[in-house]
Design a protein around this ligand. Structure first.
Ligand code: PLP
Length: 393
């Protein structure tokens, strides 16, 4: 008898709660416009983190292809063994300058960057203070670290202050405050203007995850740049996998911090170095972003228009601070049904359900892209209007 027998019941339970998830295969992704094909249907893509449309940009493709031919497809080893090539050094220097930091460490993903960095900075006897809605990679990093974890209600500065105070009073050695800058499922901005000075007041380290702000806010440099707080944060985490259209994660900070991570972050030390083609693509994306600041403005403008339009139609939309527009539904089955009705009208947006979001807060997470036209955003609003009218009839 197989030991996997329990799986059938587990899967059935998830399906019964409308929580079973499957990956759908999209084909025929157009390079020029965000239109994809799903089961033979052409749909307007409204659920990608490829915020600037760079993932399918031919210039990134050409850079990646040239790098594959010049430097190889794989990097062959971890960074400290023989995996560091000139593109790794070049991209780290470029990202450091972009984030106004002394140095930068590349990881294979933002997930590994968070996990590796948090577990390197704190451990047993330390405390990490974390926003309740932080990304899963932060949560996993906190758990992995072995430090005491204090979770404050989303964006609650006073509660965060109490936790910092409590950790100090309990004699915790090192304190680390971690927060997303733009929250991935709520689309709002952390109160960084208050959190950063608060952490410094308690002598706590600060790590800010700019995954959804990189390439979108602060002329692409992130929320910290927009708020003028870049120099006041110890570790800035970013990802190359969203607006930059490539793949990979990074941590920007002081030279000493970065060198320490190169020694102690296990996701850096024990992971094969990122491959040359994606490094070249990321470098190209950064050059494009610098030359075309209108790209990040365009995606934010679309997000504002979408939120305002949906609100006017009576939908419950959370105010977008960047390019994530959450439309709150509540019930998982209802969120799935709304996504399905939207698909019938030619728009692809996924229902986000627990455990990605708290129970009872299932939603459609709408992500416009710089490559959408104004007409396509209006097309989305027209689809939502038709759905609303249908429900009222
Ligand atoms: C997507 C995301 C990550 C993970 O980045 P990857 O490069 O996709 O691994 C980390 N933090 C936040 C807030 C994210 O949204």
């Amino acid at each position: 008898m197989s030991g996997l027998g329990w799986l059938e019941g587990e899967a059935a339970a998830l399906k019964g709660q409308s929580l079973w998830r499957t990956a759908r295969t999209l084909t025929g992704a157009s390079t020029a416009t965000p239109i994809v094909e799903l089961d033979g249907e052409r749909l307007l893509l409204l659920c990608s983190n490829n915020y600037l449309g760079l993932a399918s940009d031919a210039r990134l493709g050409e850079a990646a292809a040239a790098a594959a031919l010049a430097h190889g497809v794989g990097s062959g080893a971890s960074r400290l063994v023989s995996g560091t090539g000139e593109l790794h050094v070049q991209l780290e220097e470029r990202l450091a300058a972009w984030k106004r930091s002394e140095d930068c460490v590349l990881f294979s993903s933002g997930y590994l960057a968070n996990q590796g960095t948090i577990a390197a900075l704190v451990g047993r006897g330390d405390a990490v203070i974390s926003d309740a809605l932080n990304h899963a990679s932060i949560i996993d990093g906190c758990r992995l670290s072995g430090a005491e974890i204090g979770v404050y209600p989303h964006a609650d500065v006073a509660a965060c202050a109490r936790l910092l105070h409590k950790a100090r009073a309990a004699g915790r050695r090192r304190l680390l405050l971690v927060t997303d800058s733009v929250f991935s499922m709520d689309g709002d901005l952390a109160p960084l203007g208050e959190l950063v000075p608060l952490a410094r007041q308690h002598g706590a380290m600060v790590l800010v995850d700019e995954a959804h702000a990189t390439g979108v806010l602060g002329q692409g440099r992130g929320a910290l740049a927009q708020l003028g707080l870049e120099g006041q944060v110890d570790a800035i985490v970013g990802t190359c996998s969203k607006a930059l259209g490539s793949v990979g994660g990074f941590v920007a900070g002081s030279r000493l911090l970065c060198d320490y991570l190169r020694n102690r972050a296990r996701g850096y030390v024990f992971d094969t170095a990122p491959p040359p083609p994606v490094l070249a693509a990321t470098l190209r994306a950064l050059a494009i972003l610098e030359a075309e600041p209108a790209l990040s403005e365009q995606v934010c403008r679309h997000a504002q228009r979408l939120a305002a339009g949906l609100q006017a139609l009576g939908y419950q939309v959370m105010r977008p601070d960047a390019a994530v527009v959450p439309l709150l539904v509540g019930d998982s089955a209802a969120a799935l049904a709304l996504g399905e009705r939207l698909r019938q009208r030619g728009v692809l947006a996924l229902a986000i359900r627990p455990p990605t979001v708290p129970p009872g807060t299932a939603r459609l997470r709408l992500c416009p892209m710089a490559s959408h036209t104004d007409a396509q955003i209006e097309q989305v609003l027209a689809a939502f209007k038709a759905i609303r009218d249908e429900a009222a009839a």
